[in-house]
Design a protein around this ligand. Structure first.
Ligand code: GAR
Length: 196
């Protein structure tokens, strides 16, 4: 079974979707750690409630020294010996050195139909562009932000009265379906994209 670590920064709803799916019998992966750059991230308590080990490494004392922050984050992470690292609402940019340690085995979920709208404020940008469809993407992480081979996408309609919040909520429902589906395939060694 593949050992999975998850990095979060906030509420952790995608993390929870992954943990719940891994809790099903016969799943090809097991969660070994949930770690956050924010000790107050609500997702940490949710992971702990499911019996998953947690770690918090506050990025703020490192004052922008990404290498030093990542060195501290790597301590609990490497101790957990993950085969796969899932970013799930992790809001820190990772250095190429960090990404290189997990080359080919780090996944991220992003709330847009990549290659459209890498970075922040994806839903607002989709609305401003007049897009009629929006969605989410799971991709392999490479040193380029929100780039890398696409492992799955799910689409939703953009509705006439949408605000960034209503669109985000519609996309998030799909994120919770897409990410577990991709992780199942990926953990089983199948890298064909999941298209929902
Ligand atoms: C999700 O919508 C995720 O796609 C997005 O943050 C949210 C986290 O929610 N990720 C990014 O924007 C990454 N740059 P969650 O903590 O409830 O999973």
């Amino acid at each position: 079974t593949a050992r999975v670590a998850i990095l979060i920064s906030g509420g952790g709803s995608n993390m929870l979707a992954l943990l719940r799916d891994m809790g099903q019998g016969g799943h090809p992966a097991t969660p070994v750690l949930v770690a956050s750059n924010d000790p107050a991230a609500a997702g940490l308590a949710k992971a702990a409630a499911l019996g998953v080990p947690t770690a918090a490494v506050d990025h703020r004392p490192f004052k922008g020294d990404r290498a030093a922050f990542e060195a501290a984050l790597l301590e609990p992470l490497l101790a957990a010996r993950p085969d796969i690292l899932c970013l799930a609402g992790f809001m820190r940019v990772l250095t190429p050195a960090f990404v290189g340690r997990f080359a080919g085995r780090m996944l991220n979920i992003h709330p847009s139909l990549l290659p459209k709208y890498p970075g922040l404020h994806t839903h607002q940008r989709a609305l401003e562009a007049g897009d009629t469809q929006a969605g989410c993407t799971v991709h392999e992480v490479t040193p380029v932000l929100d780039d890398g081979p696409i492992l799955g996408q799910a689409r939703v309609p953009v509705l006439p009265d949408d605000t960034p919040d209503t669109l985000a909520a519609r996309v998030l429902v799909q994120e919770h379906i897409l990410y577990p589906a991709v992780l199942r395939r990926f953990a089983a060694g199948d890298r064909r994209p999941v298209l929902l």
